[in-house]
Design a protein around this ligand. Structure first.
Ligand code: DX5
Ligand code: ZN
Length: 216
């Protein structure tokens, strides 16, 4: 069954506890977007917020790092209680394997992310050592962007390669995901869907999460 990871970037920050509890009651992971204003032209939130969320979280925290030099901060996120940590290949460059190994060494699940303009084959060297790969279906940096249609094909290509190597690597998709494109993403091979605005701007967030679990 597909897992849903609501992105708290679109939550109500004045009532964050309410939104975190709603996610814990209805979703599988809490997706936390960390932006540094350097790797992406936006700044989100940092350690104190992640720590506070960890105190009430009853589902795993899925931390998506959109920061330069990600290796530098991995141990801080481990201390904050992250269970899954993903970082951008574009940001880590030749240190990518080192950062994956560090995340694993600290007892968390490593994931590598790419923006829509990198070929999925750039992830192939890391497929044996990650638990999941995250395909951005918008350019990282902002919530509420339009889903890029090419993503279905990218998910299929990646899924074929994962299956060909008989690996147990999950494909997560992030950006513009909603109940209308979820079925095709699941069919293409995605098993974790991140959704920010479609969940939090909807009238009934719990029902929207449920609607994305549709099985083809
Ligand atoms: C964008 C973030 C996403 C974002 C998704 O850079 O990585 O997680 O919050 O938001 P929506 O679902 O609104 O595109
Ligand atoms: Zn994200």
């Amino acid at each position: 069954m597909v897992k849903i990871a609501p992105s708290l970037l679109s939550a109500d920050f004045l009532h964050l506890e309410k939104d975190v509890k709603m996610c814990c009651d209805n979703a599988d992971f809490l997706h936390l977007d960390i932006m540094d204003g350097v790797f992406v032209p936006n700044i989100s939130y940092g350690f104190p917020v992640v720590e506070a969320i960890s105190e009430i979280a009853t589902i795993p925290m899925d931390v998506h790092l959109m920061i330069a030099d990600p290796g530098k901060y991995i141990s801080r996120f481990a201390k904050c209680g992250a269970k899954m940590v993903s970082f951008h290949l574009e940001a880590a460059g030749e240190k990518t394997q080192e950062v994956i190994d560090l995340i694993r060494y600290l007892g968390m699940s490593p994931g590598v992310v790419i923006n829509p303009d990198l070929p999925v084959s750039s992830l192939y060297p890391y497929l044996e050592s990650v638990d999941y790969v995250l395909l951005m279906s918008v350019f990282a940096g902002f919530g509420g962007q339009k889903f890029i249609e090419d993503t279905y094909e990218r998910v299929r290509t990646l899924k074929d390669e994962i299956d060909r190597r008989r690996l147990d690597v999950e494909i997560e998709v992030d950006g513009g995901v909603s109940p209308s494109n979820a079925p095709a993403l699941i069919k293409a091979g995605a098993s974790i869907l991140v959704a920010g605005s479609s969940v939090f701007k909807s009238e009934d967030p719990a029902a929207t999460i449920e609607a994305m679990r549709q099985i083809i």
